[in-house]
Design a protein around this ligand. Structure first.
Ligand SMILES: C=C(O[C@@H]1C=C(C(=O)O)C=C[C@H]1O)C(=O)O
Length: 629
């Protein structure tokens, strides 16, 4: 076959794939109808798990990587679940089915709010009438007066936090929250004509975007920043000016609508930058009980001590999970706070009704802002062993060292990316000796994923060059994310630690003697899980651990790099609740047997050192022994 023929073939296959996907989606909607007649929850993770296992096995026989198959199916199942939810919601709220839907949002065409509005409404089979607004208040007014059916408001962002103005307005509106959605945000520097960064004199942007890109903007000290009502206003202005010395900040998609080109991409401080939006309407909606729902409410508890705790205990005693808690001052009542609470519960469920009643008795003010389908469909994982349920910490005893069993009886559990350390299933970390070539890095990641391991560890700061270290961190994070792995690196200075903490899921502390306590203190103040290698003297190691814990960070595990004798390991486990990991040599033929024995002795994870990328083949027999006996 020549190139054209092969491409014709691919085009035909792609169209067949689409037809099949559409048929799958139609079947999934039939399943939703069946679930409505014979009430059952929409989400069935057992079924998903069985499906994924079967598909991964079939895929392997066809030469497809396990991670490729799971990634594809996570996307397909996510769409399937969300479509089923939307169908059920439409059947339950028939008044929503209208030929066209009007929506109010901040900014002009191309603003992040506009992109979010389009995404949210795309699930309704109806035309969209857009009302662009200049302020959040105007959005609420437009919906309250009936000019628009829905309003879209950004409520929080992963890098700049809560959007206080929206919380404050929600205190006073009569509207209800009827939906939520999360939108990835990629800020770019947009320009209207060919230019480069050194020519820029003025940047137009929104204060929120400015805050989210503060680190990048520090590298442009001579550039004046002017604030606009929304990033789309900034784009429109820059598009009109058509000058080489002005730029706007906003999304590439939005910029394109105004004829702007991205000059620099990925400006946000935090690389995974997402904004959560709420959708408001005049009337509350009912959420089908089969759909995972969220309820948002506001309450004020008064200033007596313990009042907030008492309110939160009501949620706990009803087994209701809180997903957000925010406080805002009450205008006119100095030093009094209004609390905004999101919980993972349907407002009509008996638990929530009973919790609201109890809260009503102990709060000064309580109002439900709305109940809506949760937009989060967490991917179903294929477990290599069942996770054990972590238990709550035993009451703290004041004088006991924090690392001790007397302070906290149960083993500490760490969350490393999407994985857990300190459960029944050991964590497997593959450690490369030095920064590899890109191909080798990807190969090691692929083999680690295929073997069932979870964390890819690569030294990023090997030659002390912080700029190069940053590039390595970014690349490691990208590759790990592609293969659905967590990522780790070694840090020996506070500066390295702070940089690595922005990007990676686990940090291995390797203090240089002179800077030891500086690094440990910085580690205790960061919010990433940490791995602390044991020194010769176990007591000295526990003193280091104590220093870290006392600074705040409780996500700490110990790494035995020296191969402590069994008696030493057991003694350590009696002393501390911090999980313990062992180090294994990937080159050692005995490594799988050793791993198995150490797991039986209670070790909760392993760092496997690989002499180079090739050795990643050693991971499969080791993982097999660890996870299947
Ligand atoms: C389609 C179903 O509903 C959901 C979607 C699934 C899918 O798309 O494969 C699987 C299980 C459920 O979470 C079903 O229950 O079969």
């Amino acid at each position: 076959m020549n190139l054209d023929e092969i491409r014709t073939h691919i085009t035909r296959l792609d169209s067949e794939l689409l037809t099949l996907l559409a048929r799958r989606k139609a079947l999934s909607l039939e399943v939703a109808r069946a679930k409505l007649e014979n009430p059952r929850p929409i989400r069935d993770q057992e079924r998903e798990q069985a499906l994924l296992v079967e598909l991964v096995n079939q895929g392997r026989q066809l030469g497809l990587d396990a991670h490729y198959v799971t990634r594809l199916y996570h996307t397909i199942i996510e769409d399937s679940v969300l479509s089923q939810q939307a169908l059920l919601q439409d059947l339950l709220n028939p008044q929503d089915q209208v030929p066209s839907i009007s929506v109010a949002f901040l900014g002009l065409r191309g603003s992040y709010s506009n992109l979010a509005a389009r995404k949210y409404l795309s699930r309704f089979q109806a035309g969209i009438i857009e009302h662009s607004c200049e302020t959040f208040q105007q959005i609420l007014d437009t919906v309250e007066s009936g000019q628009a059916q829905y309003g879209i408001l950004p409520i929080e962002n992963t890098s700049s936090g809560s959007i206080n103005d929206v919380f404050d307005l929600m205190q006073h509106t009569s509207l209800s929250i009827v939906g939520e959605l999360t939108q990835p945000i990629e800020h770019c520097l947009l320009v209207a004509v060919d230019t480069d960064v050194s020519q820029l004199k003025t940047l137009y942007t929104h204060p929120q975007v400015y805050q989210q890109c503060s680190q990048y903007l520090k590298t442009l000290p001579g550039v004046k920043v002017e604030f606009c009502a929304a990033s789309s206003n900034a784009m429109e202005l820059v598009a009109g000016l058509k000058r080489p010395d002005v730029g706007a900040m906003g999304s590439a998609d939005g910029g394109e609508l105004h004829g702007l080109k991205p000059l620099v991409r990925g400006l946000a401080n935090q690389k995974q930058n997402m904004t959560r939006f709420i959708v408001v309407a005049r009337k509350p909606i009912d959420v089908a009980e089969q759909i995972p729902a969220k309820t948002s409410f506001i309450m004020s508890t008064g200033q007596q001590s313990g009042a907030l705790v008492e309110a939160l205990l009501v949620l706990r005693s009803h087994d209701i999970t809180m997903t957000k808690l925010e406080s805002r001052p009450i205008i006119g009542n100095p030093w009094e706070e209004m609390f905004y609470v999101d919980v993972a519960a349907n407002v009509n469920s008996p638990e929530m009704q009973s919790a609201l009643k109890e809260l009503g008795r102990i709060t000064r003010f309580i109002k439900v802002l709305g109940c809506y389908p949760s937009a989060e469909v967490a991917p179903t994982r294929i477990p290599s062993g069942a996770l054990s349920q972590g238990q709550a910490a035993a009451p703290a005893e004041d004088k006991q060292p924090r690392h001790s069993r007397a302070y906290k009886h149960d083993d500490t559990r760490l969350q490393v990316g999407r994985f857990y350390l300190g459960t029944d299933e050991p964590l497997l970390i593959a450690m490369l000796p030095a920064w590899p070539g890109d191909q080798q890095l990807q190969e090691a990641a692929r083999k680690l994923k295929e073997s069932g391991g979870q964390v890819l560890a690569v030294p990023c700061f090997d030659n002390g060059d912080i700029q190069q270290g940053l590039q390595h961190l970014q690349r490691l994070r990208e590759v790990a994310a592609r293969f659905d792995l967590a990522a780790m690196t070694r840090v020996s200075k506070a500066e390295e630690l702070n940089r690595a903490a922005e990007y990676l899921d686990l940090l291995l502390l390797q203090p240089e003697q002179a800077l030891r306590s500086e690094l440990l203190i910085a580690a205790g103040r960061c919010t990433r899980p940490l791995l602390l290698p044991l020194q010769q003297d176990a007591a000295a190691s526990l003193a280091d651990a104590e220093l870290i814990l006392s600074e705040g960070n409780q996500q700490l595990a110990l790494l035995d790099e020296r191969g402590l004798p069994l008696a030493g390991l057991l003694a350590l486990q009696q002393q501390t609740h911090l999980p313990l990991l062992g180090r294994l040599d990937g080159n050692d033929a005995l490594a799988p047997g050793l791993a198995h024995a150490l797991k039986e002795a209670g070790l909760q994870g392993f760092c496997v050192e690989l002499a180079d990328g090739q050795q990643a083949d050693a991971l499969a027999p080791l993982a097999h022994r660890l996870y299947r006996g």
